[in-house]
Design a protein around this ligand. Structure first.
Ligand code: HEM
Length: 526
C-alpha cells in the first residue's frame, strides 16, 4: 500500500522531471525576435496606437532588428519591418505564412456574417478556389477588358468635378464605388442614395469598426455570442443584426442581378467579373452550388477591399499635387507634349512615364494600407536565429518599407522624379534600379492583392485625365494668401488625408469642353 508520503514523493519527482524536460527543450528553442518588454507572463495588453507602424519601425531601429515580437497576452505578434524579411517569410515560405488569424473577429465573421469575405478567409480549399477565380478575372491581361468601364466612370468623375469642384471628395467616393460596381457587376450606380453603395458603405463601416481590437467584448469572450439580443448589455447583437442585413445584401443582391440578366440574355449582359465567373463555372467540375457561394464571396469582397483603398490613394495624390504645384506643372507639360490637346488614353501609357512615376509615388508616400492585413503562420519557424511560433500574427510594415531612406532618400517628401532617369538617348524613362512600390503596397505572397492591376489602371487613368484637364491649386485665405495644406491623415485600416482646402478648375474653356466631350463619347452619345 502506498502511503501519503510516497504519493507526494512521486508527484514531486514527476514535477522535477517535467521541469527538467521543459528546461532542456526550452534551451533548444531559439529566442523570440526582440521587442519591448511587457508585463510578466501576460506580456502586452494592447498593440501601440495608430500610427502603430511608426512605433514598430522605431522599435526595429532601437533593437537593431528588422523583425519585432510582442507577446499579446499569449498571442504572438510579429512585425516585419524590411522588404527582405517579407520576401523571405511571406513570399518564399508562403506555403505556411498565408493563413489569416480568426481570433478576435467573432463579431465581424460570426455575428455580422462577414465570414464570406474572401480577404478574411482562412488559408484552405475554399479560399484557394476563390483565389483561383479572382486571379482568372483580375489578372493583368483580363482587366484590360474592363477598360471601357473604367473610362466611363473616370469621365463621369471629371464631369462631376467640372460641374461641382468643391465636392470633389464626394465625387471621388462615387468614382471608387462606381468602378467596383461597374467592373464587378456591370451595374450603373445612381449619383444619390444608390442602394448598393449604401449597403456597401454600411458594410465598410462595420468592417472598419469591428476590426479595431477591443471594440467588442464578444471578440474576447466568445461565449457572449450566444446571449440573445433582448438581454441587458447585448446591444452588440442589435448592431450585428443591423449590419448583417447590409452585409448579406451586398454579397447577394448585385450578384442576383447578373444571374437574372444571364438567364435572360447572356449576350446582352454587360461584361463584368460576375459574368466572367458565371461563364467559367459552366466548365467547372466542382459542385455548382458551392462554386456560386465562392464566387459571390469573391466579387462581394471587391468593394470592401478595393473602394476605400483606391479612393485613399487618389485623395493622397490630390493632396501632394496641391502641396507641390511644380510637380503638377511637370506632369501637365509631359501630358500636353504627348496628347497635344486631347485627354490621355490607355494607349498613351508607355509614353507618359511621369504619370506612371506619380502613381508610384502616390502609392509610396502615404500608403493606403500602412500595416498589411495580418497573415498567420501555420507551423513553428526559425528566421535569422529567432523563433516564430505557429499561429503568430505576422504583419508586414508596408509604411516602414516604403519610407526606408536607404531605398527612397528623403522619404517623407513627395518626389515622383525618384522613379525616373534620363536614358542615353535623352528620353525620360522609369528607372528600373529604383524598387517599384507596387511590389510592397499591395501586400505579399499568396495573399497579395488580386485587385492590384485594376487599382493601378484606375488610379493612372483618373490622375492622367484629371491633370490633363484641370489645375488643382491652393485655396486662398481671407487675406488672399495661398494655403499650403498640411499632410494630415485619418489613420485606420486604410489611411485617408483629412479634408483640406483646394481650388480645382478647368485649365481653360477648351479643357472643360474636352471633359464634356469625353463623357459624351464614353456614354455612347457621340
Ligand atoms: C490602391 C488600391 C489598393 C491597395 C493599396 C490594396 C492593398 C491591399 C493589401 C495590402 C492587401 C493585403 C495583402 C496581404 O495580405 O498580403 C489586399 C488584399 C486584397 N485586395 Fe487590395 N488593394 C487595393 C485595391 C484593390 C482592388 C481595386 C480590389 C478588387 C477589385 C482589391 C481586392 C483585394 C482582395 C480581394 C484582397 C484579399 C486577398 C486575399 O486575402 O487573398 N484590392 N489589398
Amino acid at each position: 500500500m502506498l502511503n501519503a508520503l510516497d504519493v507526494l514523493l512521486a508527484i514531486l519527482s514527476l514535477a522535477a522531471v517535467y521541469m527538467l524536460y521543459l528546461r532542456l527543450t526550452q534551451r533548444r528553442q531559439p529566442p523570440y525576435p526582440p521587442g519591448p518588454p511587457g508585463y510578466p507572463l501576460i506580456g502586452h495588453l494592447r498593440a501601440p496606437e495608430e500610427p502603430s507602424w511608426v512605433t514598430y519601425r522605431d522599435w526595429g531601429l532601437k533593437y537593431d532588428s528588422d523583425i519585432i515580437h510582442l507577446n499579446m497576452a499569449g498571442t504572438h505578434l510579429i512585425v516585419l519591418n524590411s522588404l527582405q524579411a517579407c520576401i523571405d517569410l511571406l513570399q518564399k515560405r508562403s506555403g505556411f505564412y498565408s493563413d489569416r488569424p480568426i481570433a478576435g473577429i467573432t463579431m465581424l465573421t460570426e455575428l455580422c456574417g462577414l465570414g464570406w469575405s474572401f480577404g478574411l478567409q482562412r488559408y484552405g480549399p475554399e479560399w484557394r478556389d476563390g483565389r483561383k477565380a479572382a486571379e482568372s478575372q483580375f489578372n493583368a491581361h483580363v482587366v484590360q477588358r474592363y477598360r471601357p468601364a473604367l473610362m466611363l466612370e473616370v469621365s463621369r468623375f471629371l464631369d462631376r468635378i467640372r460641374a461641382n469642384p468643391d465636392t470633389w471628395r464626394k465625387h471621388l467616393k462615387l468614382l471608387a464605388g462606381g468602378l467596383i460596381m461597374s467592373v464587378g457587376y456591370g451595374i450603373d450606380v445612381q449619383e444619390e442614395s444608390d442602394p448598393y453603395l449604401t449597403a456597401a458603405e454600411h458594410t465598410s463601416e462595420c468592417f472598419q469598426k469591428a476590426l479595431v481590437p477591443g471594440t467588442y467584448l464578444v471578440d474576447v469572450l466568445h461565449f457572449l455570442k450566444y446571449i440573445p439580443e433582448w438581454f441587458p448589455g447585448a446591444a452588440f447583437q442589435q448592431h450585428a443584426k443591423n449590419w448583417r442585413k447590409s452585409i448579406m445584401y451586398i454579397r447577394d443582391a448585385p450578384y442576383d442581378v447578373v444571374k437574372e440578366r444571364m438567364a435572360d440574355d447572356p449576350e446582352a449582359t454587360p461584361d463584368c467579373i460576375a459574368k466572367g465567373l458565371m461563364e467559367g463555372m459552366e466548365k467547372s467540375e466542382k459542385d455548382h452550388g458551392y462554386m456560386e457561394r465562392v464566387h459571390r464571396g469573391v466579387v462581394g469582397s471587391m468593394y470592401l477591399a478595393g473602394s476605400d483603398t483606391t479612393e485613399a490613394i487618389i485623395a493622397s495624390s490630390f493632396l501632394a499635387l496641391v502641396r507641390h504645384p511644380e510637380i503638377q506643372k511637370r506632369a501637365q507639360t509631359s501630358i500636353d507634349e504627348v496628347c497635344q490637346g486631347r485627354l490621355p488614353n490607355f494607349t498613351d501609357f508607355d509614353r507618359l512615364p511621369y504619370v506612371d512615376a506619380l502613381v508610384r509615388e502616390g502609392l509610396r508616400w502615404n500608403p493606403a494600407v500602412a500595416l498589411n492585413l495580418p497573415h498567420m503562420n501555420t507551423k513553428d519557424d526559425v528566421y535569422k536565429g529567432y523563433f516564430i511560433p505557429a499561429n503568430s500574427i505576422v504583419s508586414a510594415n508596408i509604411w516602414a518599407i516604403l519610407q526606408d531612406p536607404t531605398v527612397y532618400p528623403d522619404p517623407t517628401t513627395f518626389v515622383p522624379e525618384r522613379f525616373l532617369r534620363t536614358a542615353p538617348d535623352g528620353r525620360v524613362a522609369l528607372d528600373p534600379s529604383v524598387p517599384d512600390p507596387t511590389h510592397v503596397a499591395f501586400g505579399f505572397g499568396r495573399r497579395e492583392c488580386p485587385g492590384r492591376f485594376m487599382a493601378y489602371q484606375s488610379i493612372w487613368l483618373a490622375l492622367a485625365r484629371l491633370l490633363a484637364a484641370f489645375s488643382i491649386d491652393r485655396a486662398r485665405d481671407a487675406d488672399g494668401r495661398p494655403v499650403v495644406p498640411k499632410a494630415e491623415y485619418v489613420w485606420g485600416l486604410t489611411n485617408h488625408p483629412k479634408p483640406f482646402p483646394c481650388d480645382i478648375r478647368p485649365r481653360s474653356r477648351e479643357h472643360a469642353a474636352l471633359v464634356t466631350e469625353a463623357l459624351d463619347v464614353a456614354e455612347g452619345r457621340q
